[in-house]
Design a protein around this ligand. Structure first.
Ligand code: ADP
Ligand code: MG
Length: 267
């Protein structure tokens, strides 16, 4: 039946159409066309300043395209309302939030409810229950009374993922969740994200420099270089001739695959 066929169509969550974003005097993203369906796990890679954070901020509705357009859920981005925004969870890039702010783990996670409830709504029992369930989901419930600033980098990332989950989002945007933590913890954090993706049927966009770690997990890779340089299944994007055009000498082939060399990429 026609209705059955309709239901089987994956729903589009994000659709950029020839969108250009200008920040100050910089063209941060140029002529981006990209569609992401519900439930997809998308990895976003690209060198420093290639527009990775900008594409997440665009999806959050924080910046508007100069040209072209962006549709989020069923809504043009310039009309994005609070209830749409509340369906998108966000883990900002490290250094964009003050991690020494004197606040407990539970208080940090409850902040995820503000976008849903409004800033001046007093947190109620339901908010606390949801925050605790989010902490449970990332395996950090027993840390609820700890000062956030005293946790390790990996633990903080898990708490910030819990904060995004407390919004009960449909879409999760993660900006370099594995940068600046040790390799073992990177694996733990990515395994957590992979599990949450499956269990909560989230649509995930994850920005990373760790191409090899992320490739087995994602449905598609987006390689940005202000323009959308390449896009598709990791197998179709991860080729030396494609990567070297964007990363130049920084791209190194190891026995485990491609690694971005140098220290300058953690931007
Ligand atoms: P990435 O996350 O890939 O490192 P960004 O999306 O943060 O890159 O930035 C893309 C480009 O836009 C860079 O050239 C950056 O310098 C510029 N940019 C980012 N934010 C601003 C801003 N608020 N004002 C002016 N230029 C900006
Ligand atoms: Mg960035």
């Amino acid at each position: 039946m026609a209705t059955d066929q309709l239901e089987q169509q994956p729903r589009q969550v994000v659709a950029f159409s020839e969108a250009t974003y200008i920040l100050g005097h910089t063209t941060a993203l140029e002529n981006i066309s990209l569609e992401i369906n519900e439930g997809e796990f998308v990895g976003i890679i690209g060198p420093n300043g290639s527009g990775k954070t900008t594409i997440l901020r665009a999806i959050l509705g924080l910046i508007l395209p100069r040209n072209g357009n962006l549709q989020i859920f069923d809504c043009a981005c310039e009309n994005l309302r609070c209830h749409h925004r509340a369906r998108i969870g966000y883990l900002p890039q490290k250094g964009k939030i003050d991690r020494n702010f004197p606040i407990t783990v539970l208080e940090t996670v409850i902040m995820g409810r503000y976008g849903v409830r409004g800033l001046f709504h007093r947190s109620g029992k339901e908010d606390i229950a949801i925050a605790l369930a989010s902490l449970e989901a990332v395996g950090m419930r027993e840390f609820q009374h700890h000062p956030f600033g005293q946790l390790s980098g990996g633990q903080q990332q898990r708490i910030l993922i819990a904060r995004a989950l407390a919004q009960q989002p449909q879409v999760l945007l993660l900006d370099e969740p594995t940068t600046g933590i040790d390799t073992t913890t990177q694996h733990t954090v990515l395994e957590l994200i992979r599990r949450l993706h499956r269990e909560l049927n989230l649509t995930i966009l994850l920005v990373t420099h760790d191409i090899n770690l992320i490739s087995p997990l994602v449905d598609q890779l987006v390689l940005l270089n202000t323009r959308l340089f390449a896009h598709g299944h990791p197998q179709d994007v991860l080729h030396y001739d494609i990567l070297s055009q964007v990363y130049g000498d920084e791209i190194v082939v190891t026995e485990n695959g491609y690694v971005i060399g140098g220290d300058s990429h953690h931007g």
